[in-house]
Design a protein around this ligand. Structure first.
Ligand code: PMP
Length: 362
């Protein structure tokens, strides 16, 4: 049977061991006689699953004690509204949110935030068609901004910000890490808030992880729905309303898998090697093109184009026949995209590289 490698941008590949364990525990979790899906979120079984997941994620990312980890619903896009509703209140009316526009997802965040505050696009990569991160020296930051929002990995454009920038004193950095959280080491203390939808590097869609510094909690605007007020969520261990229980359980299994496999540092080394292999293959043959400036290329999402536009269908059909799935590019930019998250083994990247070489020769 052909080995399947799934390059979807999200929902995306999960570690096989995690799926196997979930399957084995599907009908009876640890002798409870229940599936995790059937448990009360307030019962001791689920509370233990929740607390383990929270503490494993805290350990994996070395989250300092003065940060809360929230497991919310609504996905990454909802956070584009939930975050301003929670954070601009600190600054009062007329607050400004700074953005660096590096691609599609930061673009969406800008649009949504403008409903809640003044928005300042401190720098934009639009002129380069989102193939670079504008140099920090050119960012026009607001000295007393409510926060600076960055999408640190643009899933569609394949651009990654690999540094925590210098910001004016007191301005928190909010980072959308949806598509690279846990793929590389980060110093959480440099950020005021980190968020991410789970469906790439964490688990199934429906869980959104928010890591937020204590002092940014408790300032929600009156119009903020109470279930989205970080204070309510934090004060109730993410159980102000019913959390996405099964998704949190799977996320917890992924955290355990990460710990067993050397944690984030080991993942990062693997991811560096995977990305190196794939970009080298794309650069070696001008039949393929990745347009992102090399120092900003994402280790997780690799968009690429074929010089001969008539070959896309043949490329995808040939890939599918070899078990290389979901390589079609995002509809907004076309082309192809390989997402190589933590759960993509190096063998999968090697299989794609072999196919790239073979297809170009043909
Ligand atoms: N931010 C980033 C970086 C993403 O990649 C995505 C989804 N692909 C989103 C936000 C939106 O997430 P959701 O679909 O969960 O709302």
């Amino acid at each position: 049977m052909t080995t399947i490698y799934n390059f979807s941008a999200g929902p995306a590949v999960l570690p096989k061991e995690v799926l196997q364990q979930a399957a084995a525990e599907m009908l009876d979790w640890h002798g409870s006689g229940m599936s995790v899906m059937e448990m009360s979120h307030r019962g001791p079984e689920f509370i233990s699953i929740y607390r383990q997941a929270e503490s494993d994620l805290r350990e994996l990312l070395a989250v300092p004690d003065n940060y809360r980890i929230l497991f919310m619903q609504g996905g990454g896009l909802s956070q584009n509204a939930i975050i301003p509703m929670n954070l601009v209140g600190r600054k009062g009316p007329g607050a400004t949110i700074d953005f660096v526009h590096t691609g599609s997802w930061s673009g969406k965040s800008i649009k949504e935030a403008a409903r809640y505050a003044k928005v300042n696009v401190a720098a934009s990569a639009e002129a380069s068609r989102y193939t670079v991160v504008p140099p920090q020296s050119e960012w026009k930051l607001t000295p007393d901004a409510a926060y600076l929002h960055l999408c640190t990995n643009e899933t569609i454009d394949g651009v990654e910000i690999d540094f925590a920038p210098e910001v004016p004193a007191g301005v928190p950095i909010v980072a959308d890490m949806s598509s690279h959280i846990l793929s590389r080491q980060v110093d959480v203390s440099k950020y005021g808030l980190i968020f991410g939808g789970a469906q790439k590097n964490i688990g199934p869609a429906g869980v959104t992880v928010v890591i937020v510094r204590d002092d940014l909690i408790g300032h929600a605007l009156p119009a903020c729905p109470s279930a989205f007020d970080f204070k309510n969520v934090a004060d109730n261990e993410s159980m102000y309303n019913t959390p996405p229980t099964y998704g949190i359980y799977i996320a917890g299994l992924v955290f355990q898998w990460l710990k067993k496999n050397g944690g984030v540092a080991a993942m990062e080394q693997r991811n560096i090697e995977k990305a190196r292999l794939l970009y080298a293959a794309l650069d070696a043959d001008d039949f393929y093109q990745n347009r992102v400036a090399p120092q900003y290329r994402s280790r997780m999402n690799v968009p690429f184009y074929l010089r001969d536009e008539s070959q896309y269908e043949a490329f995808l059909a040939g890939a599918k026949a070899r078990g290389l799935l979901q390589l079609k590019g995002h509809k907004s930019v076309g082309g192809l995209r390989a997402s190589i998250y933590n759960a993509m083994p190096i063998e999968g990247v090697q299989a794609l590289v072999d196919y790239l070489n073979e297809f170009a020769k043909r």
